[in-house]
Ligand binder design. Structure first.
Ligand code: ATP
Length: 257
């Protein structure tokens, strides 16, 4: 067993985004954005299509460098990204896909297998460990995708519309699972979505972004504990309506976009 980076326990962290601006060519995507994400906080990001949510996620992940401004976070951060469409290797089983990120770490095969089995259990697909992606339903594939991100014990989980390809029922189930996983693991999370429902079910704060160049239009704090939330919870239903209205306003057409 190694002591670092895989077995440090759940180090949480704060992320400070200051005066962030980003352009691709002539296209100004983000304009002077300031966000502080608390340790163990889930921030849901909602905004019109093309406003720059995925770009912001990529900047936080370090996949791109911002044009200006800064993103500061703890040194021992382990970030993992979950995309909308699963990116599983078709020639590997569910367990084989989840094992992949561990293969670059100096741990024994036995420990690797143990950790893969544990995380598959956590996301509820232990019985499908030996299935290939094509034999799994969309929901199961997305669970494998999530397991692959969780197996590295991320302190920061960056999620880009992770449930948008799933049907309503599956989405409900996975929302409950994500809430449970957060309660167990306490990771910090940036959760990009188009769904006010997902945002108010998972976010401690919901940030509504404007059209490009994106800015924060409004921040809606959701105080109901995540474990107590459901689609029908009165406070959650009220928050959903507030967020819906803000999203509608943020989509109002504006000059040049
Ligand atoms: N590599 C690139 N080259 C040129 N333009 C890009 C590139 N990546 C993103 N863009 C543009 O930047 C803008 C923001 O894209 P981004 O994917 O971040 O938006 P988004 O808010 O995540 O959109 P959606 O909600 O539709 O997923 C879009 O106008 C997009 O066309």
């Amino acid at each position: 067993m190694v002591d670092w980076p895989l077995r440090t326990g759940w180090i949480s962290l704060e992320i400070v985004i200051e005066n962030l601006a980003h352009a691709i060519g002539d296209l100004q995507i983000i304009d002077r954005l300031d966000i502080t994400i608390g340790s163990g906080e889930i921030v849901a990001l909602l905004g019109p299509s093309g406003c720059g949510k995925s770009t912001l996620l990529r900047l936080v992940a370090g996949l791109e460098r911002p044009t200006s401004g800064s993103i500061t976070m703890g040194r021992h951060i382990r970030a993992a990204i979950v995309f909308q469409d699963h990116t599983l290797l078709p020639w590997r089983t569910a367990a084989g896909n989840v094992e992949l990120p561990l293969e670059h770490h100096p741990i024994s095969v036995a420990e690797r297998r143990e950790r893969v089995a544990a995380v598959l259990e956590q996301v509820g697909i232990a019985d499908f460990a030996d299935y290939y992606p094509k034999a799994l339903s969309g929901g199961m594939r997305q669970r494998v995708n999530l397991a692959r991100a969780l197996v590295l014990e991320p302190t920061l989980l960056l999620m880009d519309e992770p449930l948008s390809s799933l049907d309503e029922q599956l989405r409900e189930i996975l929302l409950d699972d994500l809430a449970r996983l957060w309660s167990e693991r306490g990771f910090t999370c940036l959760y990009v979505t188009h769904s006010p429902d997902e945002a108010v079910r998972l976010g401690h704060r919901v940030m509504i972004l404007s059209r490009r160049p994106t800015k924060i239009v409004e921040v809606v704090p959701i105080e109901t504990p995540i474990e107590e939330r459901s689609h029908f919870h009165p406070a959650i239903a009220a928050a959903r309506e507030t967020v819906w209205n803000l999203v509608r306003e943020s989509r109002a057409p504006c000059h040049g976009t």
